[in-house]
Design a protein around this ligand. Structure first.
Ligand code: ADP
Ligand code: MG
Length: 470
């Protein structure tokens, strides 16, 4: 284990600020490896906090590239480590100073594994698993199909064709399926290749007159995964070659999994005979996640990265980033990074700033001014939602009480009617027990001000808008 830990540390060294690295990894060791869990010994509680909170993900990835079965890390304080008494502990300063060790290379995660038949099985990214893929109505079928394929490759769902927009989880699903097949049977040869790379390999094989080994290589696999097949469009030689590979694998009951950014019928530039092959198995799509799923994905990503983010921040991200999961993850990671720089927990304000940079859209203003489309039609519908939300009656809402618990909902309600229905201040005043238009203006200003500083307000307004179908 000492050697394993040394290798891990050498891999981590360039990724972590040197002074931090020297301080926090000094006198650490691998204490135990049990099944999927690995325990790291650290000399004091500070090192434990630092490593587990700041570098968990990097350490796990580094360990996994050496010992793929590890899925969990634990940190244990062992005071003997600090006096160098424990010979498992690594002297980090000596390690990074040793030029021989420093040049030792780790296996690259993308490296190919040579199997007994001399064929490749590419290591897949271990981050992608079927069980860290969040399921919702937009991808349930795709996930189920992949799980079925993982359970019985070459069975009823062959080929499996997964399509959908950018960043919606196709690569994740494909690689996770490959991982699952390898996990069940490590002797299987699973090859994941992007369509682009497949094309390049063919071009290279033709150039170097090595098409025979190329053909042989792909025809020996148990599961062939081709990602982003739309890239084959108008590449006739590639399609021809793939057609033969496909047929051979298919006839031998080997699994083929394909992804594309659009359904087969929209794949222009791909031969009909290939398209008809794609339709022989199962075709499933992944769609953009809805709000609840986006929130669930954010929670999962926080868990994976070992960070805690305030609920209203996650909510804000889930509410405003609609389209792709990749985008969702990107915004979350930027928020974490920025908060780390500023040594604070991420806030709605930080996230709004990030979104603004990304999309050139002023999100705080958006919140302040409400949505554009409106599904609600009357102020009484808004009143109903608001009074329900704050658990007060409609007559309290419209009445004279100046108690805070009543005033705030009343102002929120005026604000929402104004923003969502665009009614004039005068007519809103009239609807709210004949108040003057200045009262309504004041109410709207109050809420807009609150929205700038009060995350709970932002969350409440979001929740109410959601109730109203906005
Ligand atoms: P695509 O290949 O469709 O463009 P990816 O598979 O690369 O998309 O997904 C982009 C990112 O979003 C990846 O980091 C992936 O792990 C993540 N992701 C996508 N969908 C989900 C999901 N349902 N649950 C968890 N993570 C997801
Ligand atoms: Mg992809």
């Amino acid at each position: 284990t000492k050697e394993l830990w040394e290798k891990t540390l050498l891999f981590l060294a360039p990724q972590i600020k040197r002074s931090n690295f020297l301080t926090w990894f000094q006198d650490t060791a691998i204490l135990r490896v049990e099944e999927k869990r690995l325990t790291i010994g650290v000399p004091n509680p500070f090192a434990k906090d630092w490593l587990s909170q700041k570098h968990h993900a990097e350490i796990l990835l580094a360990i996994q590239s050496l010992l793929p079965k590890i899925e969990e890390l634990e940190y244990a304080v062992l005071s003997g480590l600090s006096r160098g008494a424990d010979n498992r502990a690594v002297d980090i300063k000596a390690l990074v100073a040793d030029p021989v060790k420093r040049t030792r290379k780790l296996p690259n995660k993308q490296e190919m594994r040579v199997t007994s038949e001399g064929v490749i099985s590419k290591f897949l990214n271990h981050r992608y698993k079927l069980d860290n893929f969040i399921i919702g109505s937009s991808n349930r079928l795709a996930h189920a199909a992949c799980s079925a394929v993982a359970g019985k490759p070459g069975g009823a769902y062959n080929p499996l064709f997964v399509y959908g927009g950018v960043g919606l989880g196709k690569t994740h699903l494909l690689q996770a399926t490959g991982n699952a097949i390898l996990k069940r049977n490590s002797e299987n040869i699973v090859v994941y290749v992007t369509a682009e790379r497949f094309v390049n390999e063919i071009v290279e094989a033709i150039r170097t007159r090595t098409t025979a080994p190329f053909k042989a290589k792909y025809r020996k696999v148990d599961c062939l995964i081709i990602d982003d097949i739309q890239f084959f469009a108008n590449k006739e030689t590639t399609q021809e070659e793939f057609f033969h590979t496909f047929n051979e694998l298919y006839d031998a009951n080997k699994q083929i999994i394909i992804s594309s950014d659009r359904p087969p019928r929209d794949l222009a530039g791909i031969s009909d005979r290939l398209l008809s092959r794609f339709a022989m198995g199962m075709i499933v799509d992944v769609q953009a996640p809805d709000y609840e799923m986006r929130l669930a994905i954010l929670h999962e990503k926080c868990r994976e990265h070992g960070t805690l983010i305030p609920a209203e921040v996650l909510d804000f991200i889930a509410f405003n980033v609609h389209y792709s999961v990749r985008e969702l993850e990107g915004v979350l990671l930027q928020a974490i990074a920025q908060a780390e720089l500023e040594k604070c927990t991420p806030t709605v304000r930080i996230v709004a700033g990030i979104l603004k940079k990304l999309t050139n859209q002023d999100f705080l203003k958006e919140i302040d001014q409400g949505g554009h489309r409106s599904l609600i039609k009357s102020s009484s519908e808004v009143m109903e939602v608001v009074s329900d939300y704050y658990k007060i009656t409609k007559s309290e809402l419209l009445g004279e009480s100046r108690r805070k618990e009543i005033m705030l909902p009343r102002q929120v309600c005026m604000y929402l009617v104004r923003q969502e229905l665009g009614m004039s201040y005068e007519s809103i005043g009239a609807e709210f027990g004949n108040r003057s238009h200045t009262t309504v203006i004041h109410a709207c200003d109050m809420i807009i001000k609150r929205l700038r500083t009060n995350p709970k307000m932002v969350r409440d307004i979001h929740a109410m808008k959601k109730e109203m179908g906005l």
